[in-house]
Design a protein around this ligand. Structure first.
Ligand code: PBG
Length: 326
């Protein structure tokens, strides 16, 4: 009789035939940055996650580097008084976020620092693009995104992450970067970014929820998969270095689809709501959140992601350290 259980009879055999493994250096750790000094403020809807001022984020990054986490995606928490319709602060080289990026790169040149390009944290409308009469203007927004990307590139960061979903932005940003001598700055495109309810806790953390309307005219419809192939093809033509799927868990099929249809590295963003669900259930004693975390990250790998952006990064690295597997 064929007995598949023979291959499961001991951990030694199970580990011989194990097809997928999540490694600490597959992970990118998203972090929230605050203006000011000596500030560490918890994100209530994301237990274990904080917003940090620059001085403290430097310490946190140092700790993470020692745990083997090499890549960080930094998002700014922008105070209401700094927001306006055109997201002006996003390309102001005196703004705390830009200064902090330069400081981080100076202190940790070996760390891979990724930044976010989209207007929403800086926009008084809370949208990723310029709003006029209730509509999001695509091509006018590209100009703002371009300036934002250049200002960030000047700090020495490694990867630009356009998360706005405007058409043509990858090519537009690539060209601007190249013209200005930033040929080495990579672009990780939010290729298939869906209009998802799972971004809720992130918008709490940044206070960046749309003030009116929703993001359905630019983020993708969760009902669609073929559209992801169109986005992937465009990003590839526009010279993206990595393709990203976001969120990850409810979109494992999309990760797998892009994996099979592209030779570019595929990243998946295990977003805030996916983190919070597991943490909340764990805190209630409804499931073992550490095991659920490992299983979740593994499922994203198995679906075909090379890279995972996840708020679990530090906890995962600590677990691996304890197991002595770093
Ligand atoms: C903004 C942006 C969002 C996230 C990353 N960049 C939220 C949104 O589009 O509203 C979400 C990340 C998360 O939920 O963890 N362009």
């Amino acid at each position: 009789m064929r007995r598949p259980r023979r291959n499961r009879k001991s951990e030694a055999i199970r580990s011989l035939i194990r097809e997928n493994e999540v490694k600490v250096n597959d992970l990118i750790y998203p972090m929230f940055l605050l203006e000011g000094n000596n500030k560490k403020i918890a994100v209530d809807s994301m237990p274990g996650i904080f917003r940090w001022s620059t001085d403290l984020v430097l310490k946190e990054i140092e700790e993470c580097l020692m745990l083997g986490i090499n890549a960080f995606d930094i998002f700014p928490v922008v105070e209401e008084k700094h927001k306006d319709k055109m997201a002006t602060k996003s390309h102001d080289s005196n703004f705390f976020y830009i200064k902090a990026l330069a400081e981080i790169k100076k202190k940790f040149p070996e760390a891979c620092i990724m930044t976010d390009v989209a207007m929403d944290p800086y926009s008084s409308d809370g949208h990723d693009g310029i709003v006029e009469n209730g509509k999001i203007l695509n091509d006018e927004t590209l100009e703002v995104l371009g300036k934002m990307a250049l200002t960030q590139a000047e700090t020495g960061i490694d990867i630009i992450g356009p998360s706005d979903m405007m058409d043509g932005r990858v090519g537009y940003i690539r060209e601007l970067l190249d013209e200005n001598g930033f040929v080495e700055v990579s672009i990780m495109s939010y290729t298939a970014k869906y209009a998802s309810a799972f971004y809720g806790p992130f918008r709490d953390a940044l206070n960046s929820a749309p003030k009116h309307g929703d993001k359905k005219t630019y983020q993708m419809d969760p009902a669609n998969s073929r559209e992801a192939l169109i986005e992937a093809e465009l990003d590839d033509m526009e010279a993206a270095d990595f393709l990203m799927v976001k969120p990850a868990l409810a979109y494992l099929d999309i990760i797998s689809l892009l994996r099979r249809n592209s030779d570019l590295p595929i990243a998946a963003y295990n977003v805030s709501g996916e983190y919070s669900m597991i943490k909340a259930a764990g805190l209630n004693g409804w499931l073992d959140d550490q095991k659920a975390q490992l299983e979740t990250l593994l499922s994203i790998k198995r679906a075909g992601a090379d890279i995972i952006l996840t708020y679990f990064a530090k906890e995962f690295a600590l677990l691996k350290m304890k197991e002595g597997k770093n």
